[in-house]
Write a protein that binds this ligand. Structure first.
Ligand code: FAD
Length: 430
């Protein structure tokens, strides 16, 4: 069986490695460099900036407490240069890792022909084809939108913008608002609806009050026009460089004449990642599901297995979602019904939070449990480590663990994870 994969981001690369390891002939086609949005413009760029931001904020705190005598000024140009060098290195590692599984990588933009794929004038046949072309920023139809920046432009910035108007109400808007306000920009965040409307209200209040203190948040405000340095909004003109974080549009155009496309431009797939065409699969941001790297990877693996004749089904239950600010904010929703008891506790003092104790700024964890059944319903945690602890909890919940099973849970100490404290509490009461 010969499998062609278009797109070398998390979905395409995971699929390529899986199919190659299953012994099939695999060709991965990538028009830029392997790694996709996650490596070149998204997760890794935010991680690189956030590591510096945390160090910078910590240096301010230590200066305020008389521990060190000088704040460390940041050199933005060198941050950008460093991120680019590190991304280049990771991309080379990913390229090597992918080829080592036996998959071939071809550089160039793929086009779909009738049962063939054309890359740079050369036609390739296939038995199975996976489309993993990702997504791009959604640009709202506002006059002057071409003057606005988006995440594509971050590594091209020459300096920290003095005034930034971030348009959007989701994770990407919050992350860039945190980064640039911490680095000295005057940031206004303009959200058409509620900002972080999908988060628990206590968690959202903590984020606004403690982690985005320097950001002016304008909810229920729409942007009507954008100019070089001004945005006209429903609440008047605002001065600053506009940065759009207004969602994503799947890159599905490549297959628009071949497979069914949904209302949001997403390629429609079933739980086996099969499209409406027998030999075509799709995975990752192009299918418009959750829009995170682990989900894209998993979808890619599911698609590859099915294409290789190994039955596999994508499961969207209990998927942790995370937001990277000074602390990590991670949520896990298993059951949205109101039945359940909520408990909330401040974060523990420990690595990454100790020097924030006097400010009462050690994070927050909230959990909801159905005391009758012992079922853990929802968890949201703001801590230096919630991105690591919650995915393990998700796996345990998938495997049927309930609050009572954590009575004998042994933590390490000091730990900034407050989840186990709430689980101990619920274990006694359920
Ligand atoms: C600012 C930002 C921050 C993010 N932070 C996180 C985070 O912290 N955690 C997280 O889990 N997720 C994060 N994400 C989301 C994550 O980046 C995506 O969900 C993930 O990259 C999707 O993977 P993918 O393989 O579907 O698509 P992509 O990563 O977009 O890869 C698609 C690839 O296909 C290639 N391609 C497209 N068309 C063609 C063609 N015709 N021919 C050849 N190649 C083609 C592209 O060049 C690209 O390399 C973030 C996203 C953004 C924008």
């Amino acid at each position: 069986m010969k499998m062609l994969i278009i797109g070398g981001g998390p979905a395409g690369r995971s699929a390529a490695m899986e199919a190659a390891q299953l012994g099939e002939e695999v060709i991965l086609i990538e028009k830029k460099k392997v790694g996709g949005t996650c490596l070149h413009e998204g997760c890794m760029v935010v991680s690189g900036l956030n590591d510096v931001v945390r160090f910078y904020l910590d240096s301010q705190k230590y200066t305020e407490m008389g521990i060190i005598s000088e704040e460390c000024p940041v050199n933005f140009k060198e941050i950008i240069n460093g991120i680019k060098r590190i991304i280049e290195k990771i991309s080379n590692v990913l390229d090597k890792e992918t080829r080592e599984t036996g998959a071939e990588i071809i550089s160039g933009e793929a086009k779909l022909l009738d049962s063939m794929v054309e890359v740079e004038g050369e036609n390739h046949n296939y038995d199975k084809l996976l489309i993993a072309t990702g997504a791009r920023p959604f640009l709202p139809p506002i006059p002057g939108v071409e003057h606005a920046l988006n995440y594509h432009d971050v590594l091209d910035l020459k300096r920290i913008p003095e005034k930034l108007l971030i348009v959007g109400g989701g994770a990407i808007a919050a992350e860039f608002a945190s980064i640039f306000s911490s680095l000295g920009s005057e940031v206004k965040l303009i959200s058409r609806n509620k900002f972080l409307g999908n988060l628990d209200t206590d968690i959202k209040s903590y984020i606004i009050g403690n982690l985005l203190k320097g950001v002016e948040i304008m909810e229920n405000t729409s942007v009507e026009e954008v100019n070089q340095r001004v945005a006209t909004t429903s609440k008047g003109d605002l001065e600053g460089q506009v940065f759009l974080a207004t969602g994503m549009t799947p890159n599905s155009e490549i297959a628009k004449d071949t497979v069914k496309i949904g209302l949001k431009n997403e390629i429609i797939v079933d739980r086996e990642m099969k499209t409406s065409h027998t030999d075509l699969y799709a995975a990752g941001d192009v299918v418009g599901t959750i829009g995170t790297t682990p989900v894209a990877r998993r979808e890619g693996i599911v698609a590859a297995r099915n294409a290789c004749g190994v039955p596999s089904v994508m499961d969207y239950d209990l998927i942790p979602q995370s937001l990277n600010l000074y602390y990590q904010i991670t949520t896990l929703i298993s059951d949205k019904s109101s039945k359940g008891v909520n408990a909330m506790i401040p974060g523990s003092a420990g690595p990454g939070s100790f020097w924030r104790v006097l400010d009462g700024d050690t994070g927050l964890t909230k959990m909801s449990v159905d005391l009758d059944s012992g079922k853990i319903k929802n968890v949201s945690s703001i801590s230096p480590s919630s991105r690591t602890s919650i995915p393990y909890l998700a796996k345990m919940m998938q495997d049927g663990y309930q609050a009572g099973d954590f009575d004998d849970f042994l933590e390490t100490h000091p730990s900034t994870d407050a989840i186990y404290k709430l689980l101990h509490f619920f274990a006694k009461h359920s």
